[in-house]
Design a protein around this ligand. Structure first.
Ligand code: PMP
Length: 298
């Protein structure tokens, strides 16, 4: 469960019990999905509890609010220290943080007048990531970038994610690979995607994706480790049967894929460059620098 009787959240200026917090039923956030949010992870590191990429996540939250014309005054520093306080008050280390910016009561189709911030957190360790995922090409497309601000993390966008993810599960797969409106691979329901072929990694260019913070971290890792990487548009045919592939996101971290539409990725995962990226990422989130990891690779 996400909370119990002792769980504390930050809500609208105060630290309150999750079980006692409530929201108004006459708002655009609930009725129209007009809210912005983030998904952030904290880790127990040698130097104490650390929120990974707090600045990047809170800069994106503020940018998402701005793109949606939702008034939102908190600074990234304030948001970060409130988040540490939520973790501390709940005794959490390995956790998932979910800040959400909700709009005040208003049923009109006009911009938000005031917003409320909630920061929720619950325990999360990534032990379940052992199995490689079987994925299918979704029959749903990602939201058209001319109809939405796809670079913003907006609640309403996730109705598309639910449809795609549930379709895949109902068909016996673990997740969906969702294309853009031109048939190019975009991303998963809640993660970005990479595939590996002949010693190069490929990932969809920006345009129809949520440009993930983990995706950016993977690009940094590749630059640091001299792993060739190309951002480009490609069709699922190009990805099927590649050497290896993975999803990446704050929650997913770097998650190995088994097959796309029942066509397996061919390389032994542990021998792939993708596996090296996965290991480097797990070092980074624990606050270790890549120099040490590079030495281990030699
Ligand atoms: N795409 C979508 C649709 C997502 O929901 C997420 C998760 N936020 C991502 C990509 C990955 O983003 P990030 O690495 O910033 O978590």
């Amino acid at each position: 469960m996400y909370y119990n009787n002792n769980t504390i959240i930050y809500y609208n200026g105060n630290f309150v019990k999750a079980s006692e917090a409530s929201t108004n039923l006459y708002g655009q956030s609930l009725h129209y999905g007009y809210a912005v949010f983030e998904g952030i992870k904290s880790y127990k590191t040698d130097g104490g509890t650390k929120i990974f990429k707090a600045k990047e996540h809170y800069d994106r939250l503020r940018r998402s609010a701005e793109l949606m014309h939702i008034p939102f005054e908190y600074t990234t520093d304030e948001l970060t220290s409130l988040s540490y306080e939520v973790l501390e008050r709940n005794g959490l280390s390995d956790a998932y943080l979910r800040p959400i910016v909700l709009c005040s009561p208003n049923m009109a189709l006009s911009k938000g007048k005031e917003s409320y911030l909630a920061i929720e957190a619950w325990e999360w360790s990534n032990g379940y990531m052992a199995n490689k995922m079987r994925i299918m090409t979704s029959t749903f497309e990602r939201p058209n970038p001319k109809a939405f601000k796809v670079e913003a993390k907006v609640s309403g966008h996730y109705v598309n994610s639910i449809l795609a993810c549930q379709e895949a599960k109902d068909a016996g797969y673990d997740e969906a690979l969702v294309l853009d409106s031109n048939g190019f691979v975009a991303e998963s329901s809640g993660a970005n995607v990479f595939y590996e072929k002949n010693g190069t990694l490929y990932t969809p260019s920006k345009g129809s994706i949520l440009p993930g913070i983990t995706r950016a971290t993977v690009l940094e890792i590749c630059a640091e480790l001299d792993i060739p990487i190309e951002e480009k548009l490609f069709k699922p045919e190009e990805m099927r049967g590649a050497d290896a592939a993975f999803f990446c996101g704050t929650a997913a971290e770097v998650l190995a894929l088994d097959s796309l539409d029942d066509v397996p990725f061919t390389r032994n995962w542990d021998d792939s460059l993708s596996a090296t990226v996965q290991k480097a990422y797990s070092n980074l989130v624990l606050g270790k620098n890549l120099e040490e990891f590079k030495l281990q690779l030699r």
